[in-house]
Design a protein around this ligand. Structure first.
Ligand SMILES: O=c1[nH]c(=O)c2[nH]c(=O)[nH]c2[nH]1
Length: 299
């Protein structure tokens, strides 16, 4: 027998994954911004859920249209675009107290023609996606940015040894292995006075430089170093969260063919994979669980 009244709990709604491409064409050298944008509103929508009263429901179709209309004025950094969008909804509809706006940015590179990058022809490269999630809650603004599916590999400079051995341990210790992963990284800004485009590029590059230059004793050590480098470089980043599959590369035994294999031929396994995740943060600094609450898949 249930006790107590049934009431509406946390809710949000909006239009998911609006595909938006904007071409900046002020000069013959065009610029393409390719985003997938999700808008979700939070606030007082109880009457709609309990009574079907839509008088406060800003239609998801309207949210979609607003995304495209706002893009007419230019997009700029996705973080800035989402903050503008969010403020529009919270300023213009008094019962909208906040929300969540997310963007994925798909990169296009100019096609080189005759050795020069083309003005208006582009190729979609790599699987890496820049992402950002902006949440407004009353006067609070949370901006969490990052990237996913950035696949990196070191062909040496990685070892793994010293781990405990029990009756189930078969893994050999190694002082030279391939280290490969697909980096998912997110970081939380603690200031809103940020050049988000420039900062994104620097954080991403710093993470990859660290991956490349740290001699790895474990993927755990590598991802900690990546987060640490970012926090040391940028005061206005509060936390870094990394999720990295260990894409195992197993040395193939070529002895049945009377061949040696001095670290040259590998079987690239796709599963299972080690999954190494960590948050790197500043000791004693406030964390912001609400900023991370809607980013899936982290410890
Ligand atoms: O960098 C690694 N970390 C681990 O925790 C681990 N476990 C394992 O089997 N291989 C590896 N590699």
């Amino acid at each position: 027998m249930a006790d107590g009244d049934i009431v509406l709990g946390a809710n949000q709604y909006g239009k998911a994954e609006c595909r938006l491409v904007r071409v900046d064409r002020e000069t013959p050298v065009h610029r393409v911004t390719d985003l997938t944008v999700t808008s979700q509103l939070r606030g007082d929508f109880a009457a709609c859920h309990t009574e079907g009263d839509n008088s406060q429901v800003v239609a998801t179709d309207t949210q979609k249209n607003t995304i495209y209309a706002y893009a007419r004025d230019g997009i700029g950094a996705p973080e800035d675009f989402l903050i503008r969008l969010g403020r529009h909804f919270t300023d213009d509809f008094p019962w909208v107290t906040g929300g969540r706006w997310a963007a994925e940015q798909h990169a296009w590179d100019r096609i080189p023609v005759g050795g020069a990058p083309h003005d208006h022809a582009f190729a979609r490269t790599g699987g890496e996606v820049r992402r950002t999630v902006v949440q407004l809650d009353g006067d609070d603004t949370h901006v969490v940015s990052g990237f996913t599916d950035c696949t990196v590999l070191k062909s040496t400079g990685s070892e793994f040894s010293g781990f405990p051995r029990d009756r189930y341990t078969t893994l050999a210790e190694t002082d030279d292995r391939i280290l490969a992963t697909s980096v998912t990284a997110w970081w939380r800004y603690t200031s809103s006075d940020v050049d988000y485009d420039a900062r994104y590029a620097r954080v991403r590059d710093l993470m990859l430089e660290t991956f490349a230059s740290v001699h790895s004793l474990a993927l755990q050590q590598t991802i900690y170093a990546m987060g640490q480098a970012v926090l040391e470089a940028f005061d206005d980043i509060g936390e870094v969260v990394l999720s990295c599959p260990n894409k195992h590369h197993f040395l193939v035994d070529l002895t049945p063919f009377d061949l040696d294999n001095p670290g040259e031929v590998f079987y690239a396994a796709d599963r299972p994979y080690g999954l190494i995740e960590a948050t790197v943060q500043r000791e004693g600094a406030p964390t912001a669980p609400a900023a991370w609450a809607t980013i899936a898949g982290f410890c």
